[in-house]
Ligand binder design. Structure first.
Ligand SMILES: *Cc1c(COP(=O)(O)O)cnc(C)c1O
Length: 364
């Protein structure tokens, strides 16, 4: 059976796709109001937060821009902790809006070292916020956000988290870890098509909002707040995606989020074990290997492009390539959201058959 195994967009359950086809309703009417409150409350359960939370129409990157422009002013010094493509992109967004970005970059494939974060904060006492990616999708690494959050909160700085490819799949207790702004996106672990970013903001985040002067119009949490008080979005939301999300959330909460995290962990481990059994190696430092996406090093002699092409044409399995300087060096298996152990077994069997055709001479 065909499998979409890229780290977003991810496959959607039929119930979610059906909901996407529901007739349109007035986005400023009573039915949508009821749904918006319900979905927001259910999202807060998955975020494990009592903080305000907004459903924004846009992709995850829009949510990252929102996180920056709502709490910062041009000239504010911030620390960007980056371990890959998405961390770098976020630093660029902040720079674009005039933040004075101090970069703490780690080698791709490695996790951020919380002690190095502590040192960087010590050396830059005047920073206002720390940007960190929970799960770096480009390298298949999950940062130790709990340890990083302790360092950041002990120093009294704002903690702003890209949880786009982790939230809903990897445990992230937003309130317990003191995360001030947390962003995720519908097409990753949520089993919903692209179109929504979801973001939470803490009371401390709101204090920063009061003083924040970065230009913003569409991504304004203040407008989102005042409209949500009447059960609306400031702008026309992606109504169909909200329909899909309302169904997906019911399914997720019925399963139980801790149960989902355990299942994701099982599937992640199974994927890594299976890949290694084929004689391949995991690109990421395995101690921090992600349970939502596995980056696999392309062995010597293997044509990365041909491998992915054959996986698709002969097995209907779509894998992701490497981004930027990892192009041709890794391929990535997305296993977040809707995925079963049987599908991973099937994928591994297909890989075993395809690898020699793409030049793999076997394990060294
Ligand atoms: C996918 C992703 C993004 C970008 O999200 P878009 O929806 O493509 O804009 C940012 N950060 C991480 C960690 C991601 O996985």
């Amino acid at each position: 059976m065909a499998q979409l195994r890229v780290p977003g967009p991810t496959p959607c359950p039929p119930e979610v796709l059906q909901a996407m086809g529901w007739p349109m309703i007035n986005h400023r009417g009573p039915e949508f109001k009821k749904m918006l409150y319900e979905v927001t409350e259910e999202l807060q359960q998955v975020f494990q937060t009592k903080n305000d939370l907004y459903i924004l129409t846009g992709s995850g990157t829009g949510g990252l821009e929102a996180a920056v422009v709502n709490v910062l002013s041009p000239g504010d010094k911030i620390l960007s902790v980056s371990i890959g493509v998405f961390g770098d992109r976020w630093a660029n967004i902040a720079r674009t809006f005039g933040a004075d970005v101090v970069s703490l970059n780690f080698e791709w494939g490695k996790a951020a070292d919380p002690e190095a974060v502590a040192d960087a904060i010590k050396e830059n006492q005047d920073i206002k916020a720390v940007l960190v990616t929970h799960n770096e999708t480009s390298t298949g690494v999950t940062n130790d956000l709990e340890s990083i959050s302790k360092v950041v909160k002990n120093a009294g700085k704002l903690l702003i988290v890209d949880a786009i490819s982790s939230l809903s799949s990897i445990d992230l207790p937003v309130d317990k870890w003191g995360c001030d702004v947390v962003v995720t996106g519908s097409q990753k672990g949520w089993m919903v098509p692209p179109g929504l970013a979801m973001a939470s903001i803490s009371p401390e985040g709101w204090k920063a909002f009061e003083k924040a002067k970065m230009p913003r119009f569409y991504w304004d949490f203040g407008k989102a707040k005042s409209y949500l008080e009447k059960g609306e979005n400031p702008w026309t939301p992606a109504v169909s995606v909200v329909f899909g999300l309302s169904v997906a959330l019911k399914m997720m909460l019925k399963d139980g989020i801790q149960e989902i995290y355990a299942r994701q962990a099982r599937i992640g481990q199974m994927t890594r074990d299976g890949v290694k059994a084929l004689g391949l190696s995991i690109f990421a430092d395995e101690k921090y290997a992600s349970n939502t996406v596995t980056a696999v090093a392309i062995p010597e002699g293997v044509d990365a492009k041909k491998l992915r092409q054959l996986m698709q044409s002969e097995h209907g399995i779509v894998l992701a390539g490497g981004q930027q300087h990892l192009d041709g060096k890794i391929f990535r298996i997305g296993h977040l959201g809707l995925v079963t152990e049987d599908e991973i077994r099937e994928l591994l069997a297909a890989l075993k058959e395809t690898l020699p055709k793409a030049g793999f001479a076997g394990a060294k």
